[in-house]
Design a protein around this ligand. Sequence first.
Ligand code: NAP
Ligand code: GLV
Length: 322
Amino acid sequence: MSHPIELPDTGRPVTVYFHSELDDPLAWAQILTEALPDLRFLTGPACDSPESVDIALVWTPPPQGLNAFPNLRAVLSLGAGVDQLQLDSLRNPQISVARLVDPTLTARMVDYCKAAVFYLHRNFHVHQRQQVRRVWKFIAPVDAGTRRILILGQGVLGAAVAVGLADEGFHVSGWSRSPKGLPNVKSLCGENVLAPALAESDIVINLLPLTSQTRGILNRGFFSQIKPDTCLINVGRGAHLNEPDLLEALDEGKVAAAFLDVFDQEPLPPEHPFWSYAQVHVTPHVASLSDPAHSAATVIENIRRAMNRLPLVNAVDRSTGY
Ligand code: NAP
Ligand code: GLV
């Protein structure tokens, strides 16, 4: 499908430099050049004309760094998160940054969190450990409404997960910096409300962005405030979690089970203790991936906006880091 758009006549082709270890350059090249036939799509470690690059479409910074492009107008993240772009090292404050917001990415995150929540809600984590010991022990199911779920982060993804779980009948609260008015979701703001919410939650889902304020938030102090047998779902970033502190909380039985999709070091090294903890469910950063077919329209719109020096869609505030 073609998306004809008008770009200003700069006298030279608009140039996009692509870099990602996860995304398919061919798929992106095809979809972008179909919409913008004059666009130059560059990728690969050797970029012979860095001064021609207008837009960086990247998951992580390329090996030469983003400052290697002296005329860069915009950095378009191939992810919903932008921490991996190391924006603090971007020297030119005029460069605008946008992240991906894509309904498919959101829907996949809702699926992942619902799957993990239902697994825990129906005590599969307990039955799975009983099976290993050949134990036949009945645990009476309870109503979803008796399960209290706390979601850290109420942005695009956290809000969608909150509403999705509330629709399933769970008791859902969402923590954010500013108040929200989501249907059937209790909005919590500020540091002071976190401890009482943690003390009554059965499942905590982390969907915060990684910033200087949220780095390491899932630490010993955090685990000391949760009620016994709380379960954790970390789909934010690995660096939100202090991994040794979680291992300690698991050993002490404070945390009953954890679904971990993101890690300090990815891929998770083979010798990492998480692999062999029965209470830990490891997934390889797959909770939610973007797909060019669904996210290209916004990227194309942002190329148009950047070339016309207009504010970007889904712009990132470089001062807050999300
Ligand atoms: P978003 O729309 O930017 O939302 C961020 C939310 O976090 C907002 O509600 C914000 O509050 C809140 N927040 C930020 N700093 C806070 C703080 N210090 N205290 C309390 N709340 C704070 O982000 P999103 O699109 O929902 O994505 C969230 C994160 O998910 C991404 O940054 C990324 O790390 C992760 N992610 C993971 C995967 C995966 O596959 N595992 C996929 C996509 C994304 P306000 O609303 O008040 O500003
Ligand atoms: C994935 O982790 C993303 O940020 O989109």
